[in-house]
Design a binder for this molecule. Structure first.
Ligand code: NAD
Ligand code: DAU
Length: 374
């Protein structure tokens, strides 16, 4: 039995990882640590928490005392750090919080892992650690900056972050590498492209567009909608992290992506088409639409799209070269984009109670602040 400390477990990818691990293995115990910020919702994982194989603790990754006690009390073998402030637009509004959570929080976890796992000092002066331990950092392709029309990010692409969010994630990656090089802590890092799938917080492009269609509200597309993101179904990201933690060489970095690049405007049009198809095929879903818009669905189309002021410093294109994780670990994405986006649209249409539960007053205020008059 291995014990994992899974931070950010009540967020989008963390919660999918919890479900993935519990569904796949009988011999893991997960200690889920989450501060339950606006982006964390306990309802997403509460059916998984049984107090034995899956334990939940509300708290801050930056709280050294708490993290130390969890490492000790549960005898943690593996730390997987999902916890972060994750939204680029919010980082433009409030960079400080990103520094606090993403950089200082990561360094606190690294320090606590080092303290808990160190067994002594080798003849070379470096610390030694007990067998089978691993600190894994969930990072992002955004640390590499932006691509032009050609080429892909490889693990050797120099870090060149542009937003306060990506600068904080790049800095965290540097700390992880520093703990590897200075203290020989067994670490690994995955840098994944844009995820999509169930439990994606409504502020992000795909769920935001879906939610606005259902309210017949304008669909805000930044700039000309030509920016490109490389989309991966969230379960394929979870599989990659699991493989890297189990079989990835300590100290290594792995890019994760499935060659699914799409312009934002193409994503928006795809969602419009799929929502309309679902409404046509399952008329009972039309009750999700405003009462006066359920009969004739022709309004679900191009007319809803509104081009709004661009995101400051908006990266043009991300594109991942995943060759290393494929060659070294045999990882491959199982869900292609066409299947994954259909599943995702269907999930959002049939889980409105989850969307309502996470879109409280705070989120409504954020939306008004971010999009009014843009
Ligand atoms: P999310 O915003 O949905 O979830 C973040 C979770 O972290 C929330 O549950 C939140 O409550 C928790 N959290 C925030 N601050 C905390 C703190 N101080 N202590 C404990 N918990 C805290 O984010 P996500 O999209 O699930 O992303 C998870 C990780 O994956 C992040 O590190 C992000 O940088 C990385 N990532 C995300 C994507 C993506 O497309 N979403 C792609 C690549 C990498
Ligand atoms: O690439 C990985 C990153 O993907 C992760 O590290 C981040 O945590 C995650 O949030 C995501 O960042 P993006 O900025 O790419 O995701 P977002 O959904 O915010 O935006 C996707 C694209 O859509 C981006 O080019 C901006 C654009 N966009 C976004 C919103 C919210 C719009 O055009 N309109 C919108 O309303």
């Amino acid at each position: 039995m291995k014990t994992y400390l899974v931070t950010g477990a009540a967020g989008f990818i963390g919660s999918n990882f919890v479900k993935y691990m519990l569904g796949r293995y009988d011999d893991v115990r997960l200690v889920c640590l989450d501060l339950l910020t606006y982006a964390g919702y306990l309802g997403t994982i509460d059916e998984n928490i049984d107090g034995e194989r899956c334990i939940f603790v509300r708290g801050d990754i930056g709280d050294r005392k708490l993290v130390d006690s969890l490492m000790k009390d549960y005898d943690v073998d593996v730390v997987v750090n999902f916890a972060a402030e994750s939204h680029v637009d919010r980082s433009i509004e409030n960079p400080q919080l990103f520094l606090q959570t993403n950089i200082l929080g990561t360094q606190t976890l690294l320090e606590a892992a080092k303290a808990a796992w160190q067994t002594g000092k080798g003849a070379d002066g470096f610390p030694t650690y007990r067998d089978g331990v691993r600190y894994h950092q969930v990072s992002t392709d955004e640390v590499y900056g932006s691509l032009g029309k050609e080429g892909y990010f490889t693990e050797n692409t120099p870090l060149d972050p542009h937003s306060p969010y990506s600068a904080s994630k790049a800095s965290a990656d540097h700390f992880v590498a520093a703990y590897r090089d200075t203290y020989h802590l067994p670490v690994s890092i995955t840098r994944c492209s844009n995820n999509y799938g169930p439990y994606h917080f409504p502020e992000k492009l795909i769920p935001l567009i879906l939610g606005n269609i259902l309210k017949a509200k304008p669909l805000p597309v930044y700039g000309k909608g030509e920016n490109i993101r490389d989309w991966l179904y969230v379960e394929d990201h979870c599989k990659a992290i699991d493989m890297v933690v189990r079989n990835g060489k300590p100290g290594n970095i792995y890019n994760v992506g499935g060659h699914n690049e799409r312009q934002n405007i193409v994503i928006v049009r795809t969602i419009l088409t799929l929502v309309r198809e679902e409404m046509e095929q399952n008329p009972e879903l039309r009750t999700l639409l405003p009462a006066d818009k359920r009969e004739d669905l022709s309004w679900i189309g191009e007319g809803l799209i509104t081009y709004v002021t661009d995101r400051l410093g908006h990266d043009l294109r991300y594109g991942i070269d995943p060759q290393k994780i494929k060659d070294d670990l045999g990882w491959y994405p199982e869900t292609d984009f066409e299947t994954g986006i259909r599943k995702t649209v269907h999930w959002y249409l049939t889980h409105r109670e989850w969307v309502e539960a996470v879109s409280g007053d705070d989120y409504q205020q954020y939306y008004e602040r971010m999009y009014a008059g843009r």
